[in-house]
Design a protein around this ligand. Structure first.
Ligand code: PGA
Length: 251
């Protein structure tokens, strides 16, 4: 049985003070909820103060990006060791906004994933097709290609430390969620590929769905056999909404 995992991706939202205020409201709402893993990825500037709030709770801290290098002349970048220092346990890599807006390609995603794993941080590797790619009937091929190239550096012995997030680009921030059946079709495809690459460890890797997940649609998505949680943007900014999402009801 895979333990569901829900991650909040706050993107470029919330100051450190706002992140602390979120934690004050959110933590009591999820107290004792240990049947799911919960992760919050605030902006870099809120990691330190939010991390202190989450200390001693079962909610894990994550970053939204990382540089694959250890140190050096990389103005504006953050190294994996710096995230370890702040208590990050997960980090997003290859989010579609980074792929589309900041030239993050699969090769770079693979290097980031390897660097994170070397530092004991779990990468949440994001993949997903655009609307044009889906309309052309290429969704499964696009996702397969992203997945195999982004995981090129990951060994079978590391498989238990990765999380995959399938986020169809056309569903992110649009209010348009993939139907549970469409999402499941891609998740099943990802699962098969993970089994081929990692053997039985592929069965244990959690695959999150992302794209306009909210309290109203999470229950239905979570009925699908290969959907093991969600990566949540907009709806994770509100403590009540995110707590309802992580308390999904499986029917
Ligand atoms: P959304 O974002 O939930 O606002 O669609 C998801 C994401 O980009 O991770």
């Amino acid at each position: 049985m895979r333990k569901p995992i829900f991650a909040a991706n706050w993107k470029m939202q919330k100051t450190a003070g706002e992140a602390e205020a979120f934690a004050d409201k959110f933590l009591p709402l999820v107290a004792g909820l240990d049947r799911v893993d919960i992760v919050i990825a605030p902006p870099f500037t809120a990691l330190d103060r939010l991390g202190h709030k989450l200390d001693g709770s079962h909610v894990a801290l994550a970053a939204q990006n990382v540089n694959a290098e250890e140190r050096g002349a990389f103005t504006g970048e953050i190294a994996p060791g710096m995230l370890v220092d702040l208590g990050c346990r997960y980090t997003l890599v290859g989010h579609s906004e980074r792929r589309a807006l900041y030239g993050e390609n699969d090769e770079r995603v693979a290097r980031k994933a390897a660097a994170l794993l070397a530092h004991g941080i779990r990468p949440i590797v994001c993949v997903g097709e655009s609307l044009e790619q889906r309309k052309r009937g290429d969704a499964l091929d696009v996702v397969s290609g992203q997945l195999s190239d982004s995981l090129a550096t990951v060994e079978a012995s590391q498989a238990d430390d990765i999380v995959i997030a399938y986020e169809p680009v056309w569903a992110i921030g649009t209010g348009e969620t993939a139907t549970p059946e469409i999402a499941q079709e891609v998740h099943r495809h990802i699962r098969e590929q993970l089994r081929v690459k990692f053997g039985e460890a592929g069965d244990r890797i959690r695959i999150q769905y992302g794209g306009s997940v909210k309290p109203e649609n999470v229950d239905e998505l979570m009925t699908q056999p290969d959907i093991d949680g969600a990566l949540v943007g907009g709806a994770s900014l509100d403590p009540e909404a995110f707590s309802r999402i992580v308390r999904f009801e499986k029917t």
